[in-house]
Design a protein around this ligand. Structure first.
Ligand code: 26V
Length: 805
């Protein structure tokens, strides 16, 4: 795709005339953004339709990534970068007196996800396309994305995210590809004219699923895949069938909002509808497309791979069975055989609360045909196990799909797919050894690990142009296509000039963030301070509280001894709490109150500052990560499946301060013990406590005057305005025995923080560590992760004409 600067300028001005009858100088940023979007879209439209045609003609196997969340963030610059015209457009706009960055600001973040799970899906989409792989996304087009977070008196307040208010430049509504999805009613099997048993539906609700397609551009390879998001509509013919306005509203609202809990939505009917809605629409449209290839359905698995991202899309399995049997007359055995070969599943958490289960009654009432099929899947599974393991009825009870009147979605996904993977080595091992051990014994060949990865295009090239430039000058530009080449930077670990340049880039990113902080919070921070960053959803297991306790320790130390030698620190938090998660919200309130206390204490005089940035999202991450010195990855070992911000922060030269959890273990292996600071219990020690049940949090409090002072501050008025929240937090640690071992790990954490302080004082050495982190971040490239999924799970190959090398 070629375009000169002059061609671009002409095109932009022409389109501005056509659309708004305006000159550049008269157009608003929004108008310019809209027109620029249409230039960009026109620019990739041929490649988009060519990619489709090539896939159809080649009849190559394609993967479909089903995810109830996608979190792409802003797309303008990413599309320009991948088309290879970012610099041309930036320069062209500058000629016309327009700043690309200002225009990019106009775009609303596409925030159709809660956190790690959705962002991973989007990094994967970028990498699938960039590796030249035939793969598409399938999800929901929520009218409202993840809520906007505001702080009022330090409390989190949620506001609706009206991301579609000014339209969405990137999507294309595909009315002609709409399909119908049925809900509710009664289903029974009756003999058809051909003597076959077919389901007869009575009183079912018919909804229309309309797809909105978004182009997913590969990195400078002319390939354009599709992210297909479904939106609900009520077909005209059905309008009379609603009992009341409320009844109708419930269906109309099916795709209205993203569920803001990243936890299990047990018993919430709309969530179940959402899951079935996008799954049914997606699978139907895949089969419809497949039939155009004129291939028999029993070799579907040679052309189609469906990936189930966490269990939310697990209904793909019974839905595929339904279509094959009910609509195409396939036998149960054949349909099951094909379905297993098509489906694969990723587990993203071991937190028991988050493992999805649906009440049988709810499933039966809302998705009667799905329930019939699941019941039969369960019955056959039990039968088979009874034959193979007659002496072990407990095993059957533990692994069957339907238990205690609940459908276990993870069991369904594992039993009816050919691959189950975890998202980091440690996590995958825990699945095999503990959480899914029974299944591992039954199907050892299905279990595998695929450590997560990140799209270094967004998280380095776009987010950190300063560092990118230093890299180009030092090691050449091949790292932009092959992140593994970042390794070359290791050759410069003794090169003072390079170290200085890296430090300079970091400083300038810190200044950029400092300005943002000043503008949005009014708090003045010094770019000289250590920027210590914890950015992730607020969850007890991620232990933002541990971070807070340490901040209080530093505060009291400085109050006691104002001359204490200590580097200046800026603690930065970014985190949303699920609206119903009161404990997490109390922690937000407590952090905000501590921030107020410390930031305004003249005794402290700015040596510690605490900033909790509102509305943490992809865009803010792009601003914070390049400016970070310290990456806080302090979850209780075994609880964080992988983490991905840990990878982004290391890629941008932050030093990881971490427990041995999730992918932190692999980060340590990549950089070596000298370039990371590890502390705290190991996952083994955690499990030992569980076995022996001998953790007594209060002992730690009783034995430590330091902890007493810190914890008492929550209930004795030292931290103001947290009468209820302070008590709740205090009790969670002492009365409820500190579920996530915050007190147990406190001392080790303090020591690790002291180590960070000492290391930072030696700036030369710190820069060397930072360099080693950048140099070794290539191994967490999502491109590599996707190639492994492609080879080992999906069995798809890069399309020749689009391969990157
Ligand atoms: C965790 C928890 C914890 C307790 C309360 C309920 C609850 C609910 C959900 C979750 C996590 C849900 C799935 C998820 O988002 N997992 C994240 O997936 C990322 C991508 O694989 C991974 O990097 C994160 O470690 C993992 O938490």
């Amino acid at each position: 795709m070629e375009m000169t600067k002059e061609e671009f300028k002409k095109e932009l001005q022409q389109r501005l005339k056509e659309k708004y009858a305006m000159d550049i100088n008269d157009a608003s940023s929004q108008e310019l953004y809209n027109v620029l979007g249409s230039v960009v879209k026109a620019y990739y439209s041929d490649a988009w339709s060519n990619t489709w045609k090539d896939y159809l003609e080649d009849g190559q196997k394609q993967a479909y990534y089903f995810s109830i969340e996608f979190l792409p963030g802003k797309m303008l610059k990413s599309n320009l970068l991948n088309m290879g015209i970012l610099e041309t457009v930036e320069a062209g706009l500058a000629d016309l007196g327009v700043s690309l960055d200002e225009l990019a600001q106009v775009e609303q973040d596409m925030a159709l996800g809660n956190g790690g799970l959705g962002r991973l899906a989007s990094c994967f989409m970028d990498s699938i396309a960039s590796c030249g792989l035939p793969g598409n996304g399938n999800g929901i087009r929520y009218d409202y994305g993840l809520f906007k977070q505001r702080f009022v008196d330090g409390y989190q307040v949620e506001l609706p995210d009206e991301w579609l208010r000014n339209g969405n430049t990137w999507e294309v509504r595909k009315e002609s590809k709409a399909v119908d999805v049925l809900f509710g009613g009664n289903v029974y099997l009756a003999e058809d004219t051909d003597g076959q048993l077919r389901p007869v539906y009575e009183g079912a609700r018919r909804l229309r699923a309309v797809p909105y397609d978004t182009a997913v551009l590969g990195y400078q390879n002319h390939l354009v895949n599709t992210l297909r998001l479904w939106s609900v509509e009520i077909p005209e013919s059905e309008e009379d069938h609603y009992r009341s306005i409320e009844d109708r509203r419930a269906f109309e609202d099916l795709t209205a909002v993203l569920y803001p809990d990243d936890s299990n939505e047990r018993g919430r009917q709309t969530r179940l509808w959402q899951e079935y809605f996008f799954v049914s629409a997606g699978v139907q449209s895949i089969i419809r497309y497949y039939l155009r290839l004129n291939k028999p359905l029993d070799v579907l698995n040679e052309y189609v791979a469906i990936h189930i991202n966490d269990t939310h899309p697990a209904l793909c399995i019974p839905e595929m069975m339904r279509i094959l049997m009910d609509e195409h007359g396939m036998s149960w055995e054949k349909a099951f055989n094909v379905t297993v070969k098509v489906m694969s599943y990723t587990n993203h958490t071991i937190m028991a609360e988050a493992l999805e289960k649906w009440p049988v009654a709810l499933m039966k009432e809302n998705l009667p045909r799905m329930y019939q099929i699941i019941e039969e899947l369960d019955r056959r599974f039990v039968n088979e196990l009874t034959i193979c393991y007659p002496e072990n009825p407990e095993l059957i009870q533990r692994t069957r799909i339907i238990q205690n009147e609940q459908v276990h979605m993870a069991h369904l996904a594992i039993i009816c797919s050919h691959s189950t993977n975890g998202v980091a080595k440690l996590h995958s091992d825990l699945l095999k050894e503990v959480v899914l051990h029974d299944f591992y014994q039954l199907f050892p060949e299905r279990f595998n690990n695929k450590t997560n990865g990140i799209a270094q295009r967004r998280w380095l090239q776009l987010a950190n142009p300063k560092l990118s430039k230093v890299l180009d000058q030092t090691i050449g530009t091949t790292w932009r296509k092959t992140p593994g080449d970042l390794k070359l930077l290791q050759n410069y670990v003794e090169d003072q000039t390079v170290l200085d340049q890296l430090a300079e880039a970091k400083k300038s990113n810190k200044q950029r963030l400092a300005s943002y902080i000043e503008e949005t919070t009014g708090i003045t921070v010094s770019p000289e301070a250590i920027f210590d960053v914890q950015i992730k959803r607020l969850h007890a297991y991620k232990r933002q509280l541990l971070n807070l306790l340490h901040i209080l320790k530093l505060y009291f130390d400085l109050k006691d001894d104002p001359k204490k030698v200590q580097e200046s620190r800026l603690f930065i938090f970014g985190a949303k709490a699920a609206p119903s998660y009161t404990y997490a919200k109390s922690i937000i309130k407590a952090i905000n109150e501590v921030a107020n206390l410390i930031n305004n204490d003249p005794d402290i005089n700015g040596r510690i500052k605490v900033v909790f940035l509102e509305n943490y999202n992809v865009h803010l991450a792009e601003l914070i990560i390049p400016a970070a010195d310290v990456s806080e990855q302090i979850s209780l070992a075994s609880k964080e499946a992988s983490g991905t911000s840990n990878m982004k922060l290391m890629l941008n030269g932050a030093i990881t301060l971490a427990t041995l959890d999730g992918a932190n273990v692999e980060i340590r292996d990549a950089v070596g013990d000298d370039n990371v600071v590890i502390f705290g219990m190991t996952e083994r020690e955690v499990y030992q406590y569980y076995e022996r049940q001998d953790y007594v949090a209060k002992d730690y409090y009783d034995q430590s005057p330091v902890l007493q002072r810190i914890l008492n501050a929550f209930v004795d008025g030292t931290i103001p305005n947290i009468y209820f929240e302070g008590r709740e937090i205090f009790d969670s640690l002492l009365k409820h025995n500190d579920e996530y071992f915050v007190l147990r790990d406190f001392d080790a954490y303090v020591k690790a923080q002291e180590k960070i302080d000492g290391l930072y004082r030696d700036q030369h050495h710190w820069q060397q560590m930072s360099l080693m982190n950048i140099a070794n971040a290539g191994r967490f490239s999502a491109d590599d992760t996707m190639m492994r999924y492609a080879e080992e799970i999906w069995h798809i190959e890069p399309v020749e004409q689009y391969s990157k090398k």
